[in-house]
Design a protein around this ligand. Structure first.
Ligand code: C5P
Length: 316
C-alpha cells in the first residue's frame, strides 16, 4: 500500500492510502485444521490495481464509511449479494472498531471515503487490503503508536489475508495465510487480470476442495521467484482451488481458454476466484492481450497491472 499522511493537529492526521489488490502466484492446501480453516502455503504478490481510501479522524465516536465507484466497472459492486456493506460487516469498519476497543477512547471517530476499484468476490483480496489500510490509518490518524506486532495481531483477527497487506510486495504466507514471510522478487512483472461478472464465495470454494495426497512444493516455486524470470515463474504457477472453482462456475473455464489465446507466458485463477490472470513478457504484450480480452469479452472487467514492491509511507 502507498500511505500518505497530512498532519491535522499535534496528535492526529488525515491519512490517504492506495490499497492494492493481490494475486496468488502459488496456492497449495496442506491440510484441514480443527478450527475449520485450511493450512496453506501460498505465494502472493501485490499488483497495481488500487482502492483509494481517505481517513479523517474526529471526536464524534462514530465510524462512518462512504463508498464510491469512480470507474463504473461491471463487476465492482454490481452483484447485489456481493455488494459493499458500510456497517461493521465491512472489514474497514470492523478493523477500526477493534483498534478503538483495544487501544483507544470510545470518543474516537473516523470518516472514511472508499473509492472502490478492486472487484469484490474476486480472489483479489480487496476487502483484506482495505482492512490492512484501516489498521495502518487508524494507528496513524488517531496517534496510537502501535508496534508492528500489534498491527499484525489485529490484522490476523480480522482475516487470513489481512496481515500480508501490511507488508505488500511478494510473500510466502502459511498457516491460515496469516504468517507472512516477505521474499525478494523483482517488481514490475507485467500481468493482465480479468474478472467475469459472476463471483464465488471463498468459504464455499474451500469447503469443496480436497487436500492433495502429495502437495506441490512451494520451495521449488520460491527458487523460481528468486531467479526473477517471468517466463519461468509463469510456467510454475499453481492454484489448488482452481479445479474446484471450475467445477462450480463454467466461466472460469472460459477465462482459461481466453488467456490461452493470448501471448501470455502462463495463466491461472487468483485465490478462490473468479478473477483470472496471465503473466506477460512485457507491458506491451500485456496491453495487447488486455485489448483482445476486453474486446472479445465485453462483459468482463480487464485490468493491465504490474507486480509491486513492498509498502511505502510518505508525508505530504
Ligand atoms: O480468513 P477469512 O475470513 O478471509 O476466510 C474466509 C473463509 O475462507 C473462512 O471462513 C474459511 O471458510 C475459508 N478459509 C479456509 N482456510 C484458510 C483461509 C480461508 O478454509 N486458510
Amino acid at each position: 500500500m502507498l500511505v500518505q499522511t497530512l498532519p491535522q493537529t499535534d496528535r492526529s492526521c488525515v491519512v490517504q492510502i492506495s490499497a492494492p489488490a493481490k494475486i496468488n502466484l502459488f496456492l497449495e492446501i496442506l491440510g484441514k485444521r480443527p478450527d475449520g480453516f485450511h493450512e496453506l502455503a501460498t505465494v502472493m504478490t501485490t499488483v497495481s490495481l488500487f482502492d483509494g481510501l481517505r481517513f479523517c479522524p474526529n471526536d464524534s465516536g462514530e465510524i462512518k464509511l462512504k463508498v464510491q465507484f469512480p470507474d463504473v466497472g461491471r463487476s465492482v459492486g454490481a452483484i447485489p449479494e456481493y455488494g459493499i456493506p458500510i456497517d461493521k460487516r465491512n472489514l474497514i469498519v470492523a478493523s477500526l472498531i477493534r483498534l478503538r476497543e483495544t487501544f483507544g477512547q470510545p470518543a474516537m471517530g473516523m470518516e472514511i471515503v472508499l473509492d472502490k476499484r478492486i472487484p469484490a468476490a474476486a480472489g483479489l483480496g480487496g476487502a483484506s487490503s482495505d482492512a490492512a489500510a484501516a489498521i495502518v490509518a487508524g494507528d496513524l490518524a488517531w496517534g496510537l503508536k502501535m508496534t508492528s506486532e500489534q498491527r499484525h495481531l489485529i490484522a490476523s483477527a480480522i482475516g487470513s489475508d489481512v496481515p500480508f497487506f501490511l507488508y505488500g510486495g511478494t510473500a510466502l504466507c502459511t498457516g491460515r495465510g496469516e504468517q507472512v514471510m516477505s521474499v525478494s522478487a523483482t517488481a514490475g512483472m507485467a500481468m493482465v487480470i480479468a474478472k467475469p461478472v459472476c463471483g464465488l464465495s471463498t468459504p464455499t470454494v474451500f469447503e469443496q476442495c480436497v487436500v492433495p495426497g502429495v502437495p506441490a512444493d512451494v520451495d521449488v516455486f520460491l527458487d523460481v521467484v528468486a531467479r526473477g524470470r517471468p517466463e519461468a515463474i509463469a510456467q510454475q504457477l499453481h492454484n489448488r482451488l482452481q479445479p474446484v472453482a471450475e467445477s462450480m462456475e463454467e466461466e472460469v473455464k472460459r477465462l482459461a481458454k481466453a488467456f490461452e489465446q493470448t501471448e501470455c507466458l502462463g495463466h491461472q485463477m487468483s485465490g478462490s476466484g473468479t478473477s483470472y490472470f496471465g503473466v506477460f513478457a512485457d507491458s506491451e504484450a500485456a496491453g495487447m492481450a488486455a485489448d483482445q480480452l476486453g474486446k472479445r469479452n465485453p462483459d468482463w472487467d480487464v485490468f493491465r497491472v504490474k507486480s509491486l514492491g513492498r509498502n511505502a509511507v510518505t508525508a505530504a
